[in-house]
Design a protein around this ligand. Structure first.
Ligand code: MLT
Length: 404
């Protein structure tokens, strides 16, 4: 009889955001007409910016003209986009990343999950707790529940920043600005991690999907701002939250040429080569029209429109912070991140608070426990709804707390 990958049986029953979507759907079906406000999954609500829409129209039209017909594109992404990324996201900020080190893809969810394909199963993998569920779920899918997974507790006590591992760790996933806690890592803290990785010949998988929300220039937006990081880190970036591409799907991963590792028999191998080999075998590239849309984000108008969107979401974050503060909640994040991480009131656990918020306030958030056991007792709100709905949601939550 054939066999399945039994590691899948060790996963939770369903993916966190699928579970939430199902619960909300059930509530909605049994409470028709109820006005539900969604501050749960980090999905954007502002319309896609005009310059991106124009680029989409233009490139769709191009595809209808025979001379411009685009078939399979380069698996790594078109040069026009890789060059724009290298120039605007890195070189203009003084970071030496070349277009050849950039791999365009359809989302950081895919890339942070797929990166394990090029990594050995014997690695000890450290994952922060709480965490964006994809890192842990995909590691479990690959190696199963073994003693090779180390959870790095991120709590109020340590400012939601993991401590450097005291025992051998080969690979660590870091995400800053952090999903879900909304906290950031300073240059000094990120330098400790890079130095640790270089010293231990470990690899950092750095998810910078939320870098565009950083409001303070002293906080690193890329791990490659830190000396030596090209030799120990892969960085993941996304257009989803920064440019409203959750539905369009575009992201990229940086694999520097310096990233090399010796095999068991001493042969030196480039991770760039391996990822290129993986992508060209398993991926046929992000659609041409989507890459043209992403390219438009790098035009002067695109940069302005993107900044306006981010500013608008960050105003919502400020609204949430202010409302929670007035209602006496303890909370974190929301200053350099679209996520606000609050402590559940009245001793409720995070799923109980989820139910109360949904049933009484008709507001959806994300229970901290869904991000890992250290998230128990906490709750995540996103700033991605519009200002009016965000204000309404916060008003409802304030009423809930005034009647406690
Ligand atoms: C989140 O809400 O954590 C994100 O939107 C999920 C994702 O980016 O896949």
């Amino acid at each position: 009889m054939f066999q399945i990958n039994e590691n899948y049986l060790q996963l939770g029953e369903s993916y966190l955001f699928s579970t939430i979507a199902r619960k909300v759907e059930q509530f909605s079906a049994s409470h028709p007409g109820v006005d539900i406000i969604r501050l749960g999954i980090g999905d954007v609500t502002l319309p896609i910016s005009p310059v991106v829409i124009s680029a989409l129209h233009r490139s769709v039209d191009e595809m209808g003209v025979k001379e411009h017909f685009r078939g399979y594109g380069p698996e790594q992404g078109y040069a026009f986009l890789r060059e724009a990324i290298a120039e605007i996201d890195f070189q203009k900020r003084g970071i030496g990343i070349s277009p050849a080190e950039i791999f365009v893809s359809d989302g950081s969810k895919s890339d942070t999950g797929n990166i394990g394909d090029i990594l050995g199963e014997g690695n000890v993998v450290a994952i922060t707790d709480p965490v964006y569920p994809v890192y842990l779920d995909t590691t479990l899918m690959r190696i199963g529940k073994t003693d090779k997974i180390r959870l790095l507790c991120c709590s109020e006590e340590n400012g939601f920043l993991p401590e450097l591992p005291q025992e051998r760790v080969d690979i660590v996933y870091l995400c800053y600005p952090n999903n879900p806690t909304g906290t950031v890592m300073t240059r000094e803290q990120l330098t400790w991690w890079v130095d640790w990785a270089l010293e231990n010949e470990s690899l950092i998988l750095f998810d910078a999907a939320y870098e565009a929300f950083i409001r303070d220039e002293s906080i690193p937006r890329s791990i490659y701002e830190i000396e030596g990081a090209r030799g120990c880190a892969i960085e993941f970036r996304s257009f989803s939250k920064s440019a409203g591409f959750t539905g369009l799907r575009c992201s990229y991963t940086v694999v520097p040429h310096e990233l090399r590792v010796a095999t068991a028999n001493g042969v030196e191998v480039s991770l760039h080569h391996l990822w290129n080999r993986r992508q060209s075998t398993k991926f046929n590239g992000t659609p041409y029209v989507i890459q043209r849309a992403a390219e438009a984000v790098y035009s002067p108008q695109g940069q302005q429109e993107m900044q306006a969107m981010i500013d608008s979401y960050m105003q919502n974050a400020a609204l949430i912070r202010q409302g929670l503060s007035e209602s006496g909640f303890t909370f974190f994040g929301g200053e350099h991140s679209p996520y606000i991480w609050l402590k559940c009131p009245d001793g409720l656990d995070s799923w109980q608070f989820f139910d109360r918020l949904l049933e009484v306030c008709h507001v959806v958030g994300t229970p901290g426990a869904g991000f890992g056991s250290s998230g128990e007792g906490y709750f995540r709100l996103t700033a991605f709804n519009n200002a009016e709905r965000t204000a309404e949601a916060i008003g409802r939550i304030a009423q809930l707390s005034s009647t406690r």
